[in-house]
Design a protein around this ligand. Structure first.
Ligand code: SAH
Length: 404
């Protein structure tokens, strides 16, 4: 068997005909549209997603069976019906017209094959492995993961100085975003907090400077102004700085202050959203923060100030009147006061409460209680920060053992 010739096609604005409207077509279409192709789908029936793309005018859908002549003017064709006879007819017309054609059911019978494709930071990786698609997919995935983890140095040009404010997720190193991971692998300097995926720091190259800006609750705090200064100083010294935050940078993380400081100093800054512990910690403890027919609202509240504190911006009486979900962060120390003020505001004392400490981490612990009992339960179980408190009927739901 001859080796195929691997090539990159510029399909922008060029007619591509996809015969078939099932899930195989759907998978191929996504890549074709991303390449800017002018896609026509020919199929009597199509998946809801393909139909949706037709409605949104991302492609044209000709709702009938394939007929000879459909490939007129095409640069490329994909035959992916579940009828081998139709696919063969499409391939035959393609051959006649000198149009390259992929056959989904019988790759060697087509004149082109689709490689396993991966993307990373403007790089496209394509892998062909003869008739062994699992092998090509596995190699593709390994390559992309190696690039994401920074194991392959693909930096043809130096990284531009600037700050990336990266939401690292709740703690499990697998819960950072793909973009966050990629930028972390490019960092010259990483400024961390106590929260977030600490294990990822082990994966950094030895030359990367790690600065711990831990703001341990009720402990030693590195002044926020000093953190802001540090970010700016390092960028001015020509470095690319990742400010790695726990959860999402803008959920009670002072992330916006850091962005403003960078903007004020004229330093380039980008934000990468993250998976917030407000939703992730409950999720891994079998608590959905919303559920149809149970909770149609979710309010995330900071507990860093007591209910009566003059600086508090929280309308506790209003929260007491809610029927949905209230998620409290930084609330462990004052849980008795928060439970009391919610009950005073009208929330029934038997409202279910779940408390999740160190969510998504190996040391994760959780408990279930009610508004009336949660303060005692927290004390008894020795719950300490970081923990998320979920108040509302969703905290009384459980699916049973869910592996995460
Ligand atoms: N930006 C972060 C929140 C910062 S405020 C985010 O989006 O997750 C810090 C509070 O977040 C902690 O006091 C705790 O309430 C919560 N928290 C952060 N990580 C947590 C985790 N892994 N498990 C439980 N709570 C967590």
């Amino acid at each position: 068997m001859t080796e195929p010739y691997l090539v990159g096609l510029d399909l922008a604005g060029r007619r591509v005909v996809v015969v078939g409207g099932g899930t195989v077509a759907q998978r191929r279409i996504a890549g074709l549209l991303a390449a800017g192709a002018d896609v026509e789908v020919v199929a009597p029936e199509a998946t809801t997603a393909v139909e949706g793309m037709a409605t949104a005018q991302e492609l044209r859908w000709t709702a009938r069976g394939y007929a000879d002549g459909d490939l007129e003017g095409a640069w490329y064709a994909v035959a992916c019906t579940d009828d081998a006879g139709v696919n063969a007819a499409v391939a035959a017309e393609a051959e006649r017209r000198h149009v390259f054609c992929v056959r989904a059911d019988d790759a060697p019978a087509g004149s082109a094959v689709t490689p396993a494709v991966g993307r990373h930071d403007g790089l496209t990786v394509g892998v062909l492995a003869g008739r062994r698609p699992r092998r090509s997919a596995a190699v593709r995935t390994a390559l992309v993961e190696a690039l994401q983890a920074g194991l392959v140095d693909d930096s043809a040009e130096p990284v531009r100085p600037g700050v990336a404010l990266v939401g690292g997720g709740p703690g499990d190193p697998e819960l950072i975003t793909v973009r966050g991971r990629r930028l972390l692998a490019r960092a010259d300097v990483v400024v961390t907090d106590r929260l977030g995926p600490r294990e990822l720091l082990d994966t950094l190259a030895p030359h990367v400077e790690v600065i711990d800006a831990s703001k341990i609750p009720y402990g030693r705090a590195m002044n926020q102004a000093r953190i802001n200064e540090l970010l700016v100083e390092h960028v001015r010294a020509g470095r690319f700085v990742v400010r790695l935050k726990g959860g999402d940078p803008y959920v009670f993380g002072r992330g916006f202050e850091e962005v403003l400081a960078c903007v004020d100093a004229g330093v380039p800054v980008t934000v990468v959203p993250g998976v917030t512990s407000a939703f992730a910690a409950p999720a891994v403890a079998d608590v959905p923060v919303s559920h149809r027919g149970v909770a149609h609202e979710i309010v995330v509240v900071s507990g860093h100030l007591a209910p009566g504190d003059p600086g508090s911006l929280v309308d506790w009486p209003a929260l007491g009147r809610l029927r949905g979900t209230v998620v409290l962060l930084m609330a462990v120390e004052r849980i008795a006061a928060f439970a009391a003020v919610l009950i005073d505001g009208g929330r029934p004392a038997d409202t279910p409460v779940a408390v999740v400490q160190d969510g998504t981490m190996r040391i994760q612990r959780s408990l279930r209680a009610t508004l009336a009992t949660v303060a005692d339960a927290v004390r008894e179980h020795g719950i300490s920060p970081p923990a998320v408190v979920v108040v509302g009927p969703v905290a009384g739901l459980a699916a049973g053992p869910v592996t995460s």
